[in-house]
Design a protein around this ligand. Structure first.
Ligand code: XMP
Length: 520
């Protein structure tokens, strides 16, 4: 199904770990592209998708093995430029009449250097300016004979056909990965490829916004839409975009489970109801959530209790909205990319961290997902385009179960109150020291222990807390942030002085793995 009127580049995924990076490099060049697993790319698919260029990704298989993944033959008849990378190079060579051999002693992993051969090509504009180029290789097999019509443009000791091309047909094949960081001149390589393909680089956020608004209007017509708003980046951008598209046909539901940070509910409500003038239901259900959580100390039980109540509450409020036919969600592109599985057909890996999972079917609602073609940083750019304040766009992630999982053991209102205050002081410190944007996520956890202290002339017996701050790319792995001792000392002093109930502050220096980011 066509989702955009822009020129489109198709990335056929053969299962490389770095396929998403190809898409990143292209989006940075303002080129619209989509990743599709090779199993889904049929003749009919190609005809319908009508790509302006195609890229074959790398992958773990060997083209020498029977039944190894291939694109349909018809891809070579589209009369568009094709770039084959690593496995993609080998499959291209094999299908066009070249030869691939198993790498006996010629495997190459990691950094390598490609030398020019003297042959010139538009693909290599800006390459080999200072002689050889550093590239990143990761291959066992190698091409031993190039296909008829191809010429060699670059070689490395273990990949004599590191860069080859059939300039006439605009087929290009490289053994290395130009999309990774370790191929420093890789972006120029992609720039050359998309220029050869004739892309205009007009995939900008401004253009995307207008297109997305038109699409929402077309999809929704005059019907009503519900959107669960948490105040996080994805749901905020979704809500503002929808509001701009359909105004009062949108109602947002903000579920306040009593596990939010200091002033958070007020900030969200003021921002969206007063500033944006949106129809917003502030579902203050903190008594319900905190009541059900009373006496619960097991982390998984906390999560399940909150998850179930969240859906019940959302459904209750949503069903009061007359004529609602759509549910808007901030699903992002990484959540919907289908990954390639070599053990069977295409396997769909959709992260189900959306709080209203399963609800659309149950309530008979259709989905509106205007961010499903975007990566996270593109969502932030769209947020800027929509005029959302930077303080909202750059916010650290906050988990659905909120402070419940930052309060190990039993949750009480007293502990939550102390935790909120300590967290606010900590984040204030981080902002004052201009570290907020360097840190991926930072928060305080209140520990289920009391410790003895001395303040003034008196003995104290109060809670200990742990500060957490991590750097990360996607939350899957993380490292603790190396604060200076001065920062830690100053922050500990402020928390103890300003937050009654805490008399000891620790800093958590566990990485993930083996730890997790949250304490529960
Ligand atoms: P962990 O603790 O697993 O967290 O290292 C990784 C990232 O996920 C967030 N997180 C959650 N988000 N519901 C959410 O919506 C959850 O149950 C949940 N648990 C963890 C966490 O804040 C971090 O950003």
């Amino acid at each position: 199904m066509q989702t955009t009127s822009h020129d489109r580049l198709l990335i056929i995924d053969f299962g490389s770990q770095v396929t998403q990076l190809i898409a990143r490099r292209l989006r940075e060049l303002n080129v619209y592209c989509e990743i599709h697993p090779y199993q889904n790319v049929t003749d009919a698919f190609l005809k319908d998708f009508a790509p302006k260029a195609v890229i074959f990704s790398g992958g773990p298989a060997s083209v020498i093995d029977e039944g190894s993944p291939r694109p349909p033959e018809s891809v070579f008849d589209l009369d568009v430029p094709i770039l084959g990378i690593c496995y993609g190079q080998q499959v291209m060579m094999q299908m066009l009449g070249g030869k691939v051999e198993r790498g006996h002693g010629t495997a190459e992993f990691g950094r390598a250097y490609v030398e020019p051969t003297g042959a010139e090509s538009d693909l290599l504009f800006g390459w080999f300016v200072g002689g050889r180029e550093q590239v990143w290789m990761s291959h066992g097999d190698h091409v031993s004979e190039i296909a008829p019509g191809f010429e060699v443009y670059g070689t490395s000791p273990n990949a004599p056909f590191a860069i080859t091309a059939d300039v006439e047909r605009r087929f290009y094949a490289v053994q290395f990965h130009p999309e990774v960081h370790h191929t420093p001149n890789g972006p120029t390589f992609y720039e050359n490829f998309v220029r050869i393909a004739g892309f205009e680089g007009d995939w900008t956020m401004g253009a995307y916004k207008d297109e997305a608004i038109a699409k929402i209007r077309e999809q929704v017509g005059d019907k009503q839409v519900i959107c669960g708003l948490s105040g996080g980046v994805d749901s905020s951008v979704t809500a503002v975009l929808l509001h701009e598209a359909i105004g009062d046909q949108l109602t947002c539901v903000f579920v306040d489970h009593g596990l939010l940070r200091l002033n958070e509910a007020d900030e969200v409500v003021t921002m969206f109801r007063d500033h944006y003038n949106m129809k917003l239901i502030h579902a203050d259900e903190s008594d319900l959530f905190l009541g059900e959580l009373e006496g619960v100390s097991d982390p998984e039980t906390k999560r399940k209790t909150i998850g179930k109540l969240f859906i019940d509450v959302f459904q209750k409020y949503a069903s009061e909205i007359d004529g609602a036919e759509f549910l808007a969600q901030g699903t992002l592109y990484p959540d919907v990319i289908e990954s390639v599985s070599f053990s069977g057909g295409p396997s769909v890996t959709i992260k189900s961290h959306h709080n209203v999972g399963g609800l659309p079917e149950k309530m008979g609602l259709k989905l509106v997902e205007p961010l499903r073609e975007l990566f996270k940083d593109e969502v932030r750019a769209l947020g800027h385009e929509l005029g959302l304040p930077a303080s909202f766009i750059g916010r650290h992630p906050f988990p659905g179960p909120g402070l419940a999982i930052r309060c190990p053991g039993e949750i009480t209102r007293d502990k939550l109150e102390i935790l909120r205050k300590a967290d606010a002081v900590y984040i204030d410190q981080i902002r004052r020291h201009e570290l907020y944007d360097e840190i991926w996520q930072a928060f305080v956890a209140i520990l289920p222990v009391r410790t003895v202290g001395v303040m003034g002339d008196g003995r104290t017996y109060d809670y200990a807390c742990a500060l957490r701050a991590v750097t990360s790319v996607d939350g899957m792995t993380a490292d603790y942030y190396p604060f200076s001792h001065e920062f830690l000392g100053e922050t500990a002093t402020r928390i103890i002085n300003e937050v009654p109930g805490i008399n000891r502050v620790t800093y958590d220096i566990t990485s993930k793995p083996p730890g997790t980011i949250e304490w529960e």
